[in-house]
Design a protein around this ligand. Structure first.
Ligand SMILES: Nc1ncnc2c1ncn2[C@@H]1O[C@H](COP(=O)(O)OP(=O)(O)OP(=O)(O)O)[C@@H](O)[C@H]1O
Ligand SMILES: [Mg+2]
Length: 261
């Protein structure tokens, strides 16, 4: 028997399928697009196909993410905070502080040694410090998001962005390009600006991170430049699991198995 977790975020819809021993059988990430129903169907079909199973083989499904109530055949809909915490402790069991940066919000989650969420902080009021901010900056620099993630290599770090508002930062980037500043330096400045924003959220849940294990989930965890800037700002290593964008869906699948038995 299998258990399915579905995370419908603002940008990506992720599915993870596990077996009764919590082993990950398949995972998928598809764009959320305009219609949640279609994204849910695509992400689900993809994991079924990979694992060579049919819907009848799924014993229970748990959904999470902002569109979690749109998953019809579910045992429960659970918050992203709980699911990301559950997922990360499965992959990186020592995690005490989790940073989740997705498409439209960023969160920090404090987890105790028993895997319980003891505190969290969230920015969901503006795009600054989220994936959407990075996507807008990639457009301004005329590169794709994967390229943007690597662009800060070799930067000396002399560019500081003065605005974190997406609209103002976009025009600031455009004028820096016009002034002949290299994209490496601009991206380095952007990553540091994002890191400063996220550090504030980290300190709200962990005033001192001394001795704590810090990990990152969400799509922005693919961005090595942001991780480097965060790690420099916090002065500690940040662990990133494989497929960080599926951590919430994995947590949902693990909760489905727990609640069903
Ligand atoms: N390969 C990649 N390289 C760099 N960045 C990436 C990559 N894949 C995704 N991202 C980043 O991840 C972001 C999307 O993250 P994620 O899939 O976690 O969002 P979401 O869960 O849909 O959003 P939310 O949780 O805010 O509703 C994109 O905006 C982009 O910045
Ligand atoms: Mg998300």
């Amino acid at each position: 028997m299998y258990y399915l977790g579905i995370d419908i975020g603002s940008l990506s819809c992720d599915a993870v399928l596990i077996d009764h021993e919590n082993k990950i059988m398949a995972s998928s990430v598809v764009p959320t697009g305009a219609q949640n129903r279609i994204a849910i169907e695509r992400a689900t079909q993809e994991v079924f196909k990979t694992a060579h199973i049919t819907p009848k083989d799924v014993k229970a499904t748990v959904s999470t993410g902002y569109g979690r109530d749109r998953v019809e055949e579910r045992l429960a809909a659970v918050t992203e905070i709980t699911c990301h915490a559950r997922g990360i402790r499965h992959l990186l069991p020592k995690t005490n502080v989790l940073i989740d940066i997705g498409g439209q919000d960023s969160k920090t989650i404090r987890i105790d040694d028993n895997s319980l969420v003891v505190d969290f902080a969230m920015n969901d009021k503006c795009a600054a410090g989220t994936g959407r901010f990075l996507e807008a900056m990639a457009r301004a620099l005329q590169v794709d998001i994967e390229e943007l993630a690597k662009l800060d290599h070799g930067a000396s770090g002399h560019v500081t962005l003065s605005s974190m508002c997406t609209v103002f930062a976009e025009s600031e980037v455009v004028s820096l390009i016009a002034d002949g500043i290299s994209p490496h330096e601009i991206v380095h400045g952007l990553n540091r600006a994002i890191a400063t924003r996220i550090l504030g959220l980290v300190h709200r849940v962990a005033p001192s991170i001394n001795g704590l294990s810090v990990a990152m989930s969400g799509g922005v965890a693919h961005n090595s430049g942001v991780i480097r800037a965060l790690s420099e700002g916090l002065n500690c290593e940040i662990l990133v699991p494989p497929r960080p964008d599926t951590v919430g869906a994995l947590g949902a699948a693990l909760i489905a198995r727990e609640r069903d038995s």
